[in-house]
Ligand binder design. Structure first.
Ligand code: ADP
Ligand code: MG
Length: 595
């Protein structure tokens, strides 16, 4: 009772804490991994104020007796290595024996634990590394660890914590990762006293993914029949060809049960998508790689997020093989078309944003990118094309003559006996970008209220991000908030979308939300509305709106588009640098037809 004892290496622990524990999400990771190692079937994660105020993990695992409970707070106390030979063949989640003392050295820490076979359990309280309370406790079998006021005694580190909403989103994402890796365990997550989700244990990964991300997400994936090659086994789910996101939050790769982010895993997945997915997009995937633990060193990174593979080439070839075999199981792609076919499949520059490029259930249809109705409407106001718009342009173009439209994607113009091609969507993107940019300088973009608000299923992490960035999203005309779930069990939290950016209103709301969140997230911390922030917002919405360009055609609209483009400040490329026009000078045509 009340024995006060200083942890042996309190300073070393605090230093180590800097490596192992960066933020509340890392605390969650360490605690939940310990619960998993302890054989838990049910894990509850509670957190408050983004986890900075409190993280509490409760499990029904094996628990500890009193001496082990005290021992686990000592540095390098771990039940997971007995001999150094074990080091090479670690299969549990953690083995460094550093996490608990590190966390306890930088928080108000409470450990309550009981083994099933013991009458009474143990409660230990530690504050900033000082044990000041050891007593009996009468909890249910298992372990509960509470981490309060993280970094309360290390202000320099506390300063590095982001806003509450951002930390909360990180925590949720971390729990999602662990829940995906362990669908056999039931997970409950409670944020600020409200239940975010309660996931029933299942042996079917698809059920877990659906519970977390909704039906729409699982539809974008295709299962990978387990395969083994060169000693590496792999199974899981992979995006259908053409499905991509600009960030990698939905790309989860696990090595021997541990989520690992490594270019050695992600590059081959991206490589497999060359030709079916635009540059800069990543295929969502949930892939589990299993291999001899000796073939992989997971002790490179203190928080064990990185690994070193003994032979990276094997990993690459297995990852490529996995993608190929998952996709081959789908029916073969539609017939390739002629040379000028925009067949998005052959053009990595042309992202399949609205439809998957190749969805086995449907034939490839002509992509619907064309001159927007908007533009033809403007033509009606000024039916006579004013050539001065061209004359003033630095390129010195005279009024180009419209020749026609190719493959629903390019407009062809004759200019000074040369040929000019204009890529419709890229042109739209540039025009809209400049318009949005000037609009944002004076206020939010125009918003289109939905007649009936749409309800979308989204992952808790995405929802948290959206809630955290509501004002920002409203700047671009997206009005949405999470709702639902008053702690009644299986009812999931959803997103209610009230309004979308007016210029993207022809796209399904789900597409708009996912793409916007996705794009804005890659910008990093919330873009503020300074110039850079406005540019980023304008570029995102322009891409989106251009993708939703509606189908019309005709000469007037074509000329109007060209005129709008040429009156842009920087007409020749999209904000991301994709060309809008390509010219073939008369000299070049002559050269092409020389003997
Ligand atoms: P490591 O996980 O690397 O062994 P930790 O500091 O995370 O190091 O944990 C130290 C030890 O405490 C573990 O090896 C384990 O024996 C014990 N332990 C930690 N959390 C739990 C838990 N939830 N249930 C049972 N034992 C636990
Ligand atoms: Mg551990």
């Amino acid at each position: 009772m009340g024995s006060i004892r200083l942890l042996p290496d309190i300073l070393a622990s605090q230093v180590a804490a800097g490596e192992v524990v960066e933020r509340p999400a890392s605390v969650v990771k360490e605690l939940v991994e310990n619960s998993i190692d302890a054989g838990a079937r049910r894990i509850t994660v509670e957190f408050q104020r983004g986890g900075a105020r409190l993280v509490r993990v409760t499990d029904d695992g094996c628990g500890m007796d009193r001496s082990d409970a005290l021992l686990c707070l000592e540095r390098h106390a771990t039940s997971k290595i007995r001999e150094s030979a074990d080091l090479a063949a670690i299969t549990t989640m953690g083995f460094r024996g550093e996490a608990l003392p590190s966390i306890a050295s930088v928080s108000r820490f409470k450990l309550s634990t009981r083994r099933r076979e013991d009458e009474v359990g143990t409660l230990i309280e530690v504050t900033g590394g000082k044990i000041h309370e050891v007593q009996d406790s009468g909890e249910a079998p298992g372990t509960r660890i509470e981490v309060g006021d993280l970094f309360f005694n290390v202000p320099a580190r506390r300063k590095f914590l982001r806003g509450e909403q951002t930390e909360a989103a990180n925590v949720l994402q971390q729990i999602e990762i662990l829940a995906v890796a362990h669908s056999e365990i039931s997970f409950t997550c409670i944020r600020d006293d409200r239940e975010v989700f309660r996931l029933a244990a299942t042996d079917d990964l698809a059920v877990r993914l659906r519970d977390l991300h909704g039906e729409a997400f699982i539809k974008k994936l295709t299962p990978l029949a387990p395969l083994e090659n060169q000693g590496v086994r792999v199974h899981g789910w992979l995006a259908r060809p053409g499905e991509g996101r600009s960030d990698r939050t939905l790309q989860m790769t696990f090595v021997n049960g541990r989520m690992i982010r490594s270019p050695i895993l992600s590059l081959p997945l991206r490589e497999a998508c060359d030709g079916v997915l635009a540059k800069g997009l990543h295929p969502p995937a949930v892939l589990f790689f299993e291999m001899d633990p000796a073939a992989v060193d997971c002790n490179v990174h203190p928080a064990k997020r990185e690994v070193r593979f003994r032979d990276p080439r094997v990993i690459r070839s297995v990852a490529l093989l996995a993608a190929r075999s998952a996709w081959e199981a789908l029916s073969p792609p539609a017939e390739p078309r002629g040379d000028f076919s925009p067949g998005p499949g052959n053009d990595p520059l042309f992202p399949p944003i609205i439809k998957p490029v190749w969805n086995p259930s449907m034939q490839i249809s002509q992509p619907e990118f064309s001159v927007q109705e908007l533009d033809s409407a403007r033509v009606a106001e000024s039916p006579v094309l004013d050539p001065s718009g061209f004359r003033s342009h630095p390129s010195g173009l005279s009024t180009p003559r419209f020749l026609g439209q190719l493959a629903n994607r390019y407009l062809l113009f004759e200019e000074q006996e040369g040929l000019m091609l204009l890529e419709i969507r890229a042109a739209h993107e540039r025009i809209l970008y400049e318009r949005f940019l000037s609009q944002l300088a004076s206020g939010p973009l125009e918003s289109q209220r939905l007649l009936i608000p749409e309800v979308l299923e989204m992952s808790p992490a995405d929802l948290a991000w959206i809630d955290a960035h509501r004002l920002l999203l409203e700047q671009v005309g997206l009005v949405a908030e999470s709702f639902g779930n008053s702690g009644t069990g299986s009812l999931k939290q959803s997103l209610k979308v009230d309004a979308v950016p007016a210029d993207a209103s022809s796209l399904p709301a789900m597409e708009v939300v996912v793409r916007l969140v996705d794009e804005l997230r890659t910008i990093g911390e919330a873009p503020t509305l300074d110039k850079t922030g406005r540019e980023a917002l304008a570029a995102s919405v322009a891409r989106l709106a251009a993708a939703g360009g509606r189908m019309t055609s005709g000469e007037e609209a074509a000329r109007m588009l060209l005129k709008d483009l040429l009156s842009c400040e920087l007409p020749y490329a999209t904000p991301k640098g994709r060309p809008t026009m390509s010219q073939m000078a008369p000299g070049e045509l002559v050269r092409r037809f020389q003997a």
